[in-house]
Design a protein. Sequence first.
Length: 367
Amino acid sequence: MSPFLQQTMDCLVQSDSGQAETAVRSRPEVKAPHDVVVHVSAVALNPTDFKSPESNPTPGAIMGCDFMGSVISAGTAADKDLPPTTRVCGFVHGSNPGNPETGSFAEYLVTDSRLLIRVPDSWTNEDGAALGGVGWGTVALAMEISLQLPGRPSKPAALRDDGSRTPVLVYGGATATGTMACQILSMSGYRPVVTASSSSSTLVQDYGAVAVVPYSSPTCGETIRDDHTGKALRHALDCISSPESVKCCFTALGRIGARYSGLDYVPDDWRTRKAIKVHMPLTYALHGHEIKFKGPYHRDADPAMLELGGRWRDEVQGLVDAGRLRPHPAREVKGKWRGIIDGLEMMKAGEVRGQKLVVALEGGASP
């Protein structure tokens, strides 16, 4: 059936027990002037796709964040560069208590056109899904809000007085967010110092890391401080947010003006140095809506976040158009809905290293 005629869709939702199950929903429609409806061709998996149902269960909510697809309809104020059939990628707030219909694990979704990336003809659907938006959105929030780094790819940071670049620690550099951070930080005038396994050292250097320290070393933080940054390190982006990663970052950070950005909540008893400013970026906030999660994951509605997201969308679009930004290495999981469920289990079990799991929902991974 033509996507323009289909009125219902298959999707993957949270069950009452918090697991993923297939369901049928009405096809979403444009509800706001900047909205577009996207026919989803592929999705990528993120840790939040299984963590959100565990920490903030919302039975019946459509799951998933990152996607790749084609525009089929648009609101009156939608980006004019996104006519029907335009290939786009982006992210939505899956497992959303505030709007259970917004997930990407569906045949169709509706989203704000101001946060979408036009995908080059040379990219496969797999590439577009792997880029998505969770990665670059997280880096945008971390740089601008958590770490307060002024450099951008379009206007790199000035060199320090000694002619060197400001170092930024990226813990978990071989994750999808880690390789995105390495690229954007490097193009923004910074010097990414990264933790990764020895087997991932070549990968992270290929994405822009200038130094790699094994995260398994019991002296990881000391090595970063003594061999690569001295006492000058003021910024750390932690893509893992475990007791071990927090300890490493806090050990490596300097004494004055240090900032830490962690992708998950860091309890007080993990924070060994109270002077370090800690912030958790939630990519969903870039849509500007209230995030109706519990406790530290809640965010008030904030239109300024959407403006920030739009500015960074423009940065990322420019990099993609110029061929300067690459998605994380993708690994396709076969099986559509079953493939998503299997992929989430693989991630939970720690079986995914240095790859972004992608699942085709239509027509395979190629354009």
